[in-house]
Design a protein around this ligand. Structure first.
Ligand SMILES: Nc1ncnc2c1ncn2[C@@H]1O[C@H](COP(=O)(O)OP(=O)(O)O)[C@@H](O)[C@H]1O
Ligand SMILES: [Mg+2]
Length: 129
């Protein structure tokens, strides 16, 4: 069953030493939506994303992504998400279509060309080559 909530965070905390970076974060992101987290440098955006991607452990609180708990179900959670770096999100030598196909290949998904086409149809960019 597809979860209706993409991200559910309750009371998330994280400190580095005596620096309290996340102090009880609550957040609900419905499935099928595009959501941006904005904030000044050092606000805790990357820390939050790393916790949601199971790359970093929270001190307390709960979070579920695509229905999978970050603590109880990290493997299934990782299978359900993609995460790209700020500066390595796309290869500028490749076209947009080739970038999509490459990511599908890296994830070992069958029929990468078809998946790329589905994504292009859904997002409808102007010109991807
Ligand atoms: N591994 C770490 N060790 C110590 N402090 C860290 C570490 N990672 C991030 N911080 C600190 O935590 C705060 C939040 O960082 P970060 O989550 O990267 O913020 P943002 O992505 O919003 O700029 C910053 O003050 C940063 O210096
Ligand atoms: Mg950051």
């Amino acid at each position: 069953m597809t979860p209706t909530t993409a991200i559910e965070i309750r009371g998330l905390t994280k400190s580095y030493g005596d620096q309290h970076v996340l102090d009880g974060v609550d957040l609900t992101v419905p499935a099928g939506t595009i959501y941006a987290i904005l904030g000044s440098n050092g606000a805790g955006k990357t820390t939050t994303i790393r916790i949601l991607a199971t790359l970093l452990q929270a001190d307390s609180g709960t979070a579920r992504v695509a229905g999978h708990d970050i603590k109880d179900d990290p493997m299934r959670l990782r299978e359900s998400i993609s995460l790209t770096g700020q500066f390595a999100a796309v290869d500028k030598i490749l076209t947009g279509r080739e970038n999509l196909t490459r990511v599908a290949d890296l994830r070992h998904l069958p029929d990468a060309d078809e998946l790329a086409q589905q994504m292009l149809t859904r997002l409808d960019p102007v010109d991807v080559g």
